[in-house]
Ligand binder design. Sequence first.
Ligand SMILES: Nc1ncnc2c1ncn2[C@@H]1O[C@H](COP(=O)(O)OP(=O)(O)OP(=O)(O)O)[C@@H](O)[C@H]1O
Ligand SMILES: [Mg+2]
Length: 315
Amino acid sequence: MGLGVWEITSGRISLGGVLAFAAILTYLYAPLQELGQLRVMVSAATTGSERIIELLDAVPPLADAPDARRLARAWGHVRLQSVGFAYPGASRPAVQGFTVDVQQGELLAVTGASGAGKSTIAKLLLRFYDPDFGRIALDGVDIRHLTLESLRSNIALVQQETLMFHGTIRDNIGYGSKTATDQDIVEAAKAADAHEFITALPAGYRTVIGQHGHGLSGGQRQRIAIARAMVANTPVLVLDEPTASLDSHTFDRLLGPLRRLTAGRTTILITHDLRLTANADRVLVLSQGRVVEHGPPGELLAASGPYRELHMLAR
Ligand SMILES: Nc1ncnc2c1ncn2[C@@H]1O[C@H](COP(=O)(O)OP(=O)(O)OP(=O)(O)O)[C@@H](O)[C@H]1O
Ligand SMILES: [Mg+2]
């Protein structure tokens, strides 16, 4: 403005010219501000793309053997034979001399204190790691000789904290199968006791849930996880503490869905909860990576061994 006044007094510009200049100048602010924002966007995008490139460059720790076989649908016989495994860099093994034969359709519960090696068994079965000793076989075939894709399409995993994706409930359930129809999804949700709460949501199955399942309760997320495993319809199930984060009322509501899910499937149920082990065909008690007791839950309860001890502690 000062410069404008100076120019007017020296007769080099008119008043109208100065006012027009000032008016047009305001148009410049917004683009300038946007330029500043652009810098922030570019730096965020650079960080994001660095992470994407890192992910694309990552080599899976375990790859298919050159002669790996594709297994269509397994019958469901799981055998772990003298399995020993220590995590890289760990001083002592997480699992030692672990042997168990799980028959098709059997419900095997694995229990034991924290750190006993229970989740490690689940990770070995899904080949997140390979054992250092012994072997794991599905239908008599060493799982190292199967393609990872075909191994994992035969085993469904339900964990304590279920991974949810940003997307609709329908997609979160259907994630278990590439070919699931809307009807399959609804049937699975009904069997998982989830249909009722889903249809009560404003957009029903089309409701978008945030990452980590924000907007759903712990029990609801677990019922979605069970529906997802139902849709995946695998012959083998690994359940790792599926009820651990739930209160007692929510736990009770999960029992029916869990029973329907495990019926007819070979199930390895890892749990601290002795109300769950009571329904198993067989129980294994682990301590420091070793099996310290095994047998039907009723028999173990009658014996005065580690299982009974856990029972007394839980009461
Ligand atoms: N990624 C890892 N790296 C190194 N050591 C690990 C790793 N995961 C587990 N461990 C160790 O292996 C042992 C067995 O762990 P695991 O997770 O199998 O126990 P858990 O029986 O599932 O326990 P919890 O009941 O607490 O889930 C523990 O001593 C644990 O500290
Ligand atoms: Mg665990």
